[in-house]
Ligand binder design. Structure first.
Ligand SMILES: NC(=O)c1ccc[n+]([C@@H]2O[C@H](COP(=O)([O-])OP(=O)(O)OC[C@H]3O[C@@H](n4cnc5c(N)ncnc54)[C@H](O)[C@@H]3O)[C@@H](O)[C@H]2O)c1
Ligand SMILES: [Zn+2]
Length: 386
């Protein structure tokens, strides 16, 4: 049988500067009178929640705010937020923030309608059977693309590993992409989360699960992100660059929804799970070296990516174009000062075996890498980062 592929997409996306105003119409469409907003302290303190809250309250909607989502939450922390949300009998869950808040919001929506535990879900013992309470996601980082994916990532502390819960039921009902919600994003978070989005697009394009849906969204995401990531970093108030980044991140998420990330994310999970390096940062530092490792089996695809990046490829062979693409990845992280001293985080030669064993367990993603990644390959890649 020829390869089959599918895409389950978001119900409605509104985009453009100022579109947060449409939150009233969206919530009214769902006839929601009680909504729970899930966000985190960082976003809360920026005051970004004030405007949507006021708009909804003026329309007679009761808005309950849960603003203590921890960064990259652990299973028990998501459970605590679920328990808090249960008290409000809401008809809609609104996630406002980065991947941490949106993943939590997606899980809470489903836990409210399914009689399952998070523990059984991460162990693969059960699945979500019913759709959740309707969801609206409003990303404030341009990064994870969680607003478009059927995934939510939780930390399982006893295993020191982050686990992805995947369910088609998790794809959101509505998304608001308002670049004004991201203008205050600090420089280093703009860089890290933007590079995460670029990883999603590049990995989905070279993944064994790549297909015409993911190719279309991934190449457009690569185009938007590579043209605007440096501007968003250097001039955070540039709304066009912020809009490009938000769209790019969502398109990256749509690519994940139909393809899959690969070795970058697999090697990144233990860096987050055990050493608490932020998701975007660990992916960003791994991306160029993992692509260098993949080069010999990806020349054609890397050339396509170089074209999408609008690099000057005059006179280049396919291989030279592919190499230029990798050089551009190195220069992107250098230009935005993306670095992480792994030794300072406690990572040295003595712990490499543990890191490699943990990464090797992420077969859900490793199996989609275009080239087999042996434990020795992983060692070489991690060692380069030390
Ligand atoms: N569901 C998915 O498909 C998917 C994909 C990739 C990653 N993830 C997960 O998402 C999480 C990471 O999400 P993230 O990278 O977006 O970071 P995040 O949500 O942890 O946010 C990072 C920091 O940025 C702050 N912040 C967010 N928006 C801001 C704004 N506009 N202004 C000022 N500060 C702001 C937050 O308060 C926080 O301190 C990880 O748990 C990761 O595993 C999920
Ligand atoms: Zn990611």
């Amino acid at each position: 049988m020829s390869k089959l592929y599918s895409l389950l997409n978001i119900g409605k996306i509104v985009a453009g500067a100022g579109c947060i105003e449409q939150i009233k119409d969206i919530v009214e469409d769902f006839e929601a009178k009680n909504v729970v907003v899930i966000t985190d302290q960082g976003v809360w303190q920026t005051g970004l929640i004030d405007k949507p809250k006021k708009i909804l309250e003026a329309a007679g909607v009761n808005v309950h705010i849960i603003n203590d989502t921890p960064p990259e939450p652990a299973l028990e922390q998501v459970n605590a937020i679920f328990n808090a949300a249960k008290n409000f009998e809401c008809q809609m869950i609104i996630g406002i923030g980065g991947g941490s808040s949106m993943d939590t919001a997606k899980l809470v929506s489903l836990l409210l309608t399914n009689d399952v535990t998070l523990y059984d879900l991460v162990k693969g013992k059960t699945k979500f059977k019913r759709r959740g309470v309707p969801t609206l996601m409003i990303p404030t980082t341009a990064g994870t693309g969680s607003e478009a994916t059927p995934n939510a990532i939780v930390l399982v502390p006893e295993e020191e590993l982050k686990v992805g819960i995947v369910s088609e039921k998790m794809v959101c009902d509505c998304v608001i992409l308002d670049p004004e919600m991201t203008v205050g994003l600090p420089k280093h978070i703009t860089a890290n989360t933007g590079m995460d989005a670029l990883c999603h697009a590049i990995e989905c394009y070279i993944s064994k699960k790549a297909n015409p849906f993911s190719d279309t969204f991934a190449l457009k995401a690569i185009n938007l992100i590579s043209r605007s990531i440096r501007t968003a970093y250097n001039d955070g108030k540039n709304l066009q660059a912020r809009e490009d980044m938000l769209l790019g991140a969502t398109f990256g998420g749509i690519s994940i929804a139909t393809s899959s990330t690969t070795a970058v994310h697999a090697l990144s999970y233990p860096l987050g799970g055990k050493y608490h390096i932020p998701h975007g940062l660990s992916n960003a530092i791994l991306l160029p070296d993992v692509m260098k490792f993949n080069l010999d089996v990806c020349e054609e695809k890397f050339k396509d990516i170089a074209v999408a990046m609008e690099l000057d490829l005059t006179g280049c062979t396919t291989k030279q174009a592919a190499e230029k693409m990798i050089e551009n990845l190195y220069s992107m992280i250098e230009d935005m000062n993306v670095k992480c001293d792994l030794r300072e985080k406690g990572i040295n030669e003595d712990v490499l075996d543990d890191l490699i064993d943990a990464a090797a367990k992420v077969t859900r993603l490793l199996d989609n890498n275009p080239k087999v990644v042996t434990k020795e390959d992983m060692r070489a890649i991690y060692k380069k980062l030390l």
